[in-house]
Design a protein around this ligand. Structure first.
Ligand SMILES: [Zn+2]
Length: 169
């Protein structure tokens, strides 16, 4: 099933709406939104779920505490998890940037951190470099904007990373 651009924009808007709702319902808590950085053609497969749950597992391990809020959704538009804890947003962002940089599947994790006032923290806010492209090691943003790598090349790399990490197809 093809997922249209409109559908994706709708998904993004629904993530933003959910963020606002959670921050309003739980004042003072930092929010982490976990999604996966995977082309749509791989979505709705066990690969997306495996990678999403791995990102969530590692995040919870790093947090070292039981979160106050934990909501997980496996939608047609992808994996989404919402985690909230009474922790300093900058500390949490630094942890998340570390996971994205150090974990073998980190290039496929999106760990977005929103402070209790609704500000989204950037990697550079906590002294981390911009993300690297998993294919060429260049700037991930610039490669994505230019469409530098064909989707099938990206999909093959994701399948390889998944196979290597989970030791299964
Ligand atoms: Zn690249």
């Amino acid at each position: 099933m093809a997922i249209s651009i409109n559908h994706m924009e709708h998904a993004l808007q629904s993530i933003i709406a959910r963020q606002k709702e959670l921050l309003a319902e739980h004042p003072g808590l930092t929010l982490i939104v976990v999604t996966v950085n995977i082309p749509r053609s791989v979505d709705r497969t066990h690969i997306t779920s495996d990678i999403g749950y791995e990102a969530l597992r590692v995040l919870l391990e790093y947090l070292g505490r039981k979160p106050d809020v934990l909501d997980v959704f496996e939608k047609t538009t992808g994996f989404e998890a919402y985690v909230m804890a009474p922790m300093d947003a900058r500390d949490v962002k630094a942890m998340c940037a570390d996971i994205e940089s150090e974990h073998p599947l980190g290039a496929l994790f999106n760990l977005d951190v929103v402070d209790p006032q609704g500000n989204v923290l950037r990697r550079r806010d906590v002294g981390y470099r911009a993300r690297r492209c998993m294919i060429c090691g260049g700037s991930a943003l610039s490669c994505a904007r230019r469409g530098a790598h064909p989707t099938n090349e990206i999909v093959d790399e994701i399948r390889r990373m998944h196979r290597e990490h989970f030791h299964r197809e």
